[in-house]
Design a protein around this ligand. Structure first.
Ligand SMILES: *Cc1c(COP(=O)(O)O)cnc(C)c1O
Length: 393
């Protein structure tokens, strides 16, 4: 993972696909798998109460990172579930009041597919285009709203291009009109400071495995004042204020709590360090690769993200030519799939340029020597591929 640049599986440059569990997070989790195994809802005995206390402590750690209250934190299995709950739950709860949802063309699939299902149920969905830098235009967003709009769902940071949407400004617009605002913050929480109070966000999704906590845990923040109301997805024991039935997984929750506490303490310094590594990588690539382009705003952007186009070099060929590096095109699309990234297409990239684009993500355990090695390998592979006529297909 770290100092082993020449070992398989290679230098890890895919922190936006998933992160390793921080060793401090793992340490915090371990006792809750074995000796402290109680069901946090079995509060008639000490095993359960011990687990319940651990869950409540984690809830506070997570709330503190968001500027929220502990009771506004609802545990889910991840951001996919949190996004489904936020989007479908809000629309279905308020269906007597309206029928319209606004989102972006560049959202994660789980938001777009939730909206598509609502459309089949009779709701209207507006999928706003983005500008060439990946950001939504506020005037366009405002113009899309009508008196039947129930929900605006706009991601905080994009998973492919890392751009940060203007949530504070969007929150002013939605709050003034009494429209619920949801944000998929899976890529943003723990990377940039997000204060739900200051930004009028009503619902916010978190994914554990994007911030050095385990896979299989997430959160939906649900505002209490003014109260965001939702129809739950699951029926059962009415855990989590009735919004998410099912036994809360104590070890995973403890891990997410610890990851949020670490992020809160270290985020500011970490993002400076990660940005300087990211910028060093970019500079080294720019020197060696003529025509290299960065996709998406370079100012409103996550500090660890690069999404690059090397015109004439297919990203899939570049990935195959550098097995000592672990990076990806950034979209869920595999080499077998025909469609290039819909996010890059929404920025106006041609199909050929979208296919020549890939994502590099720097993270907590990235080192300078790893990134120098990566820059050298990528540049050499691009030179070789450009010299060979088959590379551009
Ligand atoms: C990873 C990710 C998700 C899905 O999160 P899971 O916890 O894996 O379900 C949703 N949205 C964005 C922006 C993501 O990056």
């Amino acid at each position: 993972m770290t100092e082993r640049a020449n070992d398989t599986p290679g230098v890890y440059l895919d922190y936006q696909a998933t992160t390793p569990v921080d060793p401090r997070v793992l340490d915090a989790m371990l006792p809750w798998f074995s000796e402290r195994f109680g069901n946090p809802h079995s509060v008639q005995h000490a095993y359960g109460r011990q687990a319940e206390a651990a869950v409540e402590r984690a809830r506070e750690q997570i709330a503190a990172l968001l500027g929220a209250e502990a009771r506004e934190i609802v545990f889910t299995s991840g951001a996919t579930e949190a996004n489904n709950l936020a989007v479908k739950g809000t629309a279905r709860f308020y269906k007597e009041r309206g029928d319209h949802i606004v989102t972006l063309a560049t959202e994660h699939k789980c938001v777009l597919e939730s909206c598509a299902r609502l459309e089949r149920e009779g709701f209207r969905v507006t999928r706003l285009p983005v500008e060439a830098d990946g950001l939504v235009s506020l005037s366009r967003l405002e113009a899309s709203l009508d008196d039947k709009t129930l929900l605006v769902s706009v991601m905080a940071a994009n998973n492919e291009i890392g751009v940060l949407q203007p949530l504070a400004e969007i929150g002013k617009i939605t709050r003034a009109r009494g429209i619920a605002l949801h944000t998929d913050a899976a890529q943003a929480v723990g990377k940039i400071s997000l204060d739900v109070g200051a930004t009028n966000i009503d619902l916010l999704s978190i994914s554990g495995h994007k911030l050095y906590a385990p896979k299989g845990i997430g959160v939906l923040y649900v505002r209490r004042r003014p109260r965001a109301r939702l129809e739950p997805l699951f029926d059962g024991g009415a855990q989590e204020r009735g919004l998410r039935s099912g036994t809360v997984p104590t070890p995973l929750v403890v891990g997410l709590g610890e990851a949020c506490a670490i992020a809160r303490a270290e985020m500011a310094a970490e993002s400076v360090r990660i940005k300087s590594l990211r910028d060093r990588l970019l500079t080294r690539l720019e020197v060696r690769v003529p025509g290299l382009r960065v996709n998406g705003s370079m100012t409103g952007r996550l500090s660890g993200n690069l999404n690059l186009t090397i015109p004439g070099v297919a990203a899939i060929a570049l990935i195959e030519a550098t097995p000592e590096l672990a990076f990806s095109t950034g979209s869920a699309c595999s080499s077998a799939e025909v469609e290039p990234s819909y996010v890059l297409r929404a920025l106006g990239l041609s199909e050929a340029d979208a296919r020549a684009s890939f994502r590099l993500c720097v993270g907590r355990f990235s080192t300078e020597s790893e990134l120098d090695f990566a820059a050298e390998r990528l540049a050499s592979a691009a030179e070789r591929l450009r010299a060979s006529p088959a590379a551009a297909e």
